[in-house]
Design a protein around this ligand. Structure first.
Ligand code: FMN
Length: 218
């Protein structure tokens, strides 16, 4: 089996509390990267604090050629080259984190589309981000990176993982690994399938050529 190249987007940038702990998403991201590494999958973390897109908001495609910030160009290249994406988000007021939606909104669907994504949500409380995950499906589908059917939700994430993404004492690591695998294996399967289709020279259907209005119903 081929090993796909995966980008892991961390939808968390809250560096000071309360509520504590802060940046719980980094722990979940570390756990996801560990699980992917265990499976021999090459994965790269995308951290919104490191990317630091300029504000006020201006998407990459709104810049004139050669004028975009280097950080956005760099991330666009990474998105273009990846075979699939893991999208990690907390639940903020029942929606995905603004850190993740803001970062993703900088890039058009042409970079993400015809590739799969995996939804990973978490919370400090009991719901595991499930309500945010529902709307993430809509968001990611519009972006073109179709979410696989299985999802990962981690309630009380601070009791499951430590800061390095290791299981806390007393946690049933095998069960959690199996739970993560259900989603990550679907992601890798689809990522490989889409990569084969691309390398076979298959043309991707275009949503529109010059104007979004070309998508309109007759
Ligand atoms: C603005 C805000 C809104 C929140 N809304 C929810 C929520 O709707 N559901 C939930 O389960 N937890 C909610 N929480 C608690 C988060 O699950 C918890 O703070 C978690 O650590 C956030 O992830 P982060 O540390 O990576 O930012 C919220 C936290 C914040 C700061």
């Amino acid at each position: 089996m081929m090993t796909p190249s995966i980008l892991v987007f961390l939808g968390s940038e809250r560096v000071s509390g309360a509520p504590l702990p802060t940046r719980l998403g980094a722990w979940v991201a570390a756990a996801s990267l560990r699980r992917l590494a265990d499976k021999g999958v090459a994965a790269t973390l995308i951290d919104p604090i490191e990317v630091d897109p300029p504000h006020p908001f201006k998407p990459l495609f709104a810049y004139k050629a050669g004028k975009a910030p280097a950080a956005l160009d760099r991330l666009a290249d990474q998105i273009r080259q990846a075979d699939g994406y893991v999208m990690i988000s907390p639940e903020y007021n029942h929606l995905m984190s603004p850190a993740l939606s803001d970062l993703l909104n900088h890039f058009g669907s042409s970079l993400f589309s015809y590739k799969p994504s995996a939804i990973v949500t978490y919370s400090a409380g009991q719901w595991g981000g499930t309500r945010a995950a529902v709307s993430m499906r809509t968001f990611l589908s519009e972006l073109g990176c179709l979410p696989v059917s299985a999802m990962i939700h981690v309630p009380h994430a601070q009791d499951v993982f430590d800061e390095d993404g290791e299981y806390r004492p007393g946690v049933d690591g095998d069960r959690w690994a199996g739970y993560f695998d259900r989603t990550l294996d679907q992601l890798c399967w689809w990522a490989n399938a889409a990569a084969r289709q691309r390398s076979g020279g298959s043309d991707r259907p275009q949503a529109f050529v010059t104007s979004p209005a070309e998508r309109n119903a007759p």
